[in-house]
Design a protein around this ligand. Sequence first.
Ligand code: IPD
Ligand code: CA
Ligand code: CA
Length: 266
Amino acid sequence: MQTAETTPGVAGRLAAARRIIGLAGDWAKGYFDRYDSLSVETKSSRQDVVSIADRDVEDLIRAEIRAAFPLDGLFGEERGGEGETSGYTWVVDPIDGTACFLHGLASWCVVIALVGDGRTLIGLILDPMSGRLYQAIAGGGAWCDGRRLSVDRTTPINGGLFALGASTVAQGAQMGRIVEGLLNAGGVFMRNGSAALSLAHVAAGHYLGFYEPRLSSWDCLAGLLLVEEAGGVADDFLAGPGLSGKGPVFAAAPQVAGAFRALTGE
Ligand code: IPD
Ligand code: CA
Ligand code: CA
């Protein structure tokens, strides 16, 4: 099978993505340094916040991609979609973890994925506060700053950490049941406020799994590819909700995947 690594066009786009996400991270960090002076707007609820930082960082990423690959599609959280004729579409979350960002917490990241032929070809997640760049290429592995990533393949549920996410769309009862089940199984639950960073941490073996009932492609495609390429179990979001849909996101280390999935009720 041809891997994304050997697909013509992907290597150049990966190199460009690395450069662009670095620029975006620096730009976002400039805003974060004065987060308390940003005017905060709300979207679907009072907890669904956004600021000029999200929009400016997405605009920067889009302009760089547009200049380098004018025929590629663009799909971003803040500015929506633009069609493609090249067969490639970039999926962008300029700041994942905006609530953390706007409350002065360091748990946020920049996310870029490239989709082609119905699958995620590359995924990059930059944590500008630690400087860590997580990147995966379909069929070519997952890496962080030169280190090959692997999920934690040995720790059982009662020895590791599980990340959960939830938005303000009513999920209280389900999340309560999952937390209860995890605690009863001896597990520990975490929520860091960034779905993408949580998935990167599953790929790096820091968390054993991640689950959130309702996310969008920009939140999860890069992270799901990271987990898959790091040897974990990761649902195929494009085959389910797709590029513009919303739906559950599940990823886990193989030895706990069955039990953790049962706890989520999915
Ligand atoms: C959010 C974060 C959060 C998750 C929300 C997402 P945003 O993305 O990933 O962890 O719980 O569902 O919407 O709004 O910070 O880009
Ligand atoms: Ca997001
Ligand atoms: Ca966002």
